[in-house]
Design a protein around this ligand. Structure first.
Ligand code: SF4
Ligand code: ZN
Length: 363
């Protein structure tokens, strides 16, 4: 395994935390393996219009990066949803069919178009998690749903191979497919030394080219406020990353503010008061700056759907409900309309703004 992270003590700590967490939690029972971790439908922004998302989270063995010698990414606790031991292909097929069958009527009778997001807390193209016959089954099923216009799957770049992308593109040629890649930041140092992503920007660029070769869209995940960055540094990193990716003409940028996940290294820092999840003010500020300098004719969609927003583990200002709800409303309106004016609208000022201004270089 290539060593991307110069900070070996961070890797040791991540592995230690991960090991303890895995030992503590109960392994998935057979019953759990027959059903997905979760599935839901809600409003979402499609490529060119408003629509709905249908998300299915499949339970697999888990992310090979997290289970391997690296310990995985510093903000990630997805291993908590995984089975650790291999999961049979039939069981994963059953999980997928279970969710599809339960939502079939709602999708087929809806006036909206859908984006289907198939997540597995790891990599869709990692054969140790999802085998080729499971992927083929999934493609065949999706084809029968006219209302599903877009599909998103996630993968680390090392599993993106010509044959796998070609098979997906051929099977779903009537749909718009996006491959989501967790880049987290365009900065190699931040990505590898603070996030422990094990990914070079150079390899990401090759993956983007490969997706383009097969006419597949690229969605990039950016992490908002990785560990060891203060609020101002997080704003700067986000602006730099988004502008670079817009120039690269990726299709979608998804900005994910840190949400303190159980069993992650970031949770360890948070418990020690060495990390505070980002303030909403910072995210809105970064987005405003990005949109101000956005040139005409740029089609990259910018989205953000923060988990745990308004709670102490998620992005929040002070913990007053209305303070966070106002911010979330701004953000949601912007994402659904992709209109930057939504972010310039005045929201009632909260007294925590002053505290934020004083602290943003130190927390
Ligand atoms: S963020 Fe993705 S690549 Fe990193 S450990 Fe979690 S699932 Fe694996
Ligand atoms: Zn407030």
């Amino acid at each position: 395994m290539k060593n991307f992270n110069e900070n070996s003590s961070l890797i040791t700590k991540i592995k230690q935390i991960r090991k303890k967490f895995i030992e503590k939690r109960a392994k998935g029972s057979n019953l759990k393996l027959e059903k997905p971790v979760s599935y839901w439908i809600k409003e979402d922004r499609l490529l060119n219009s408003r629509g709905k998302e249908f998300t299915i989270i499949l339970r697999t063995k888990g992310c090979s990066w997290a289970l391997g010698g690296s310990g995985g990414c510093s903000m990630c606790g997805y291993i908590g949803d995984s089975n650790i031991d291999p999961v049979d292909s039939e069981q994963i097929i059953h999980q997928f069919d279970y969710a599809m069958e339960r939502k079939e009527n709602e999708i087929k009778s809806s006036k909206d178009d859908f984006v289907l997001k198939i997540f597995n807390s790891g990599s869709f193209f990692d054969d140790d998690e999802i085998s080729e016959n499971v992927r083929t089954h999934i493609y065949d099923k999706i084809k029968t749903y006219d209302k599903i216009k877009e599909i998103v799957v996630e993968s680390r770049v090392e599993y993106l191979r010509n044959n796998k992308l070609e098979a997906m593109q051929k099977a779903l040629k009537d749909k718009y497919v996006e491959i989501a890649i967790g880049l987290e930041s365009v900065d190699d140092h931040i990505r590898n030394n603070y996030v422990n992503k094990g990914l070079l920007y150079h390899d990401f660029l090759e993956a983007v080219e490969l997706c383009k070769k097969y006419n597949l869209g690229v969605r990039v995940y950016l992490l908002f406020k990785p560990p060891f960055l203060n609020e101002q540094a997080a704003i700067d990193d986000c602006i730099n990353s988004v502008n670079t990716l817009i120039n690269l003409q990726v299709n979608t940028i998804s900005i994910n503010p840190i949400n303190i996940q159980k069993g992650s290294y970031i949770e360890y820092l948070w418990y020690q008061n060495r990390y505070r999840p980002p303030w909403f003010y910072s995210l809105i500020k970064a987005l405003r700056k990005i949109l101000l300098s956005r040139k005409e004719g740029i089609n990259t969609r910018i989205i953000s759907d923060p988990s745990g927003a308004g709670t102490k583990r998620g992005i929040h200002n002070c913990l007053k409900r209305e303070c966070n709800e106002n911010m979330l409303l701004l953000l949601r309106k912007f994402v659904l309309t992709q209109n930057g004016d939504e972010l310039s609208k005045d929201v009632p000022q909260c007294e925590c703004k002053l505290e934020y201004k004083l602290k943003k270089l130190f927390i």
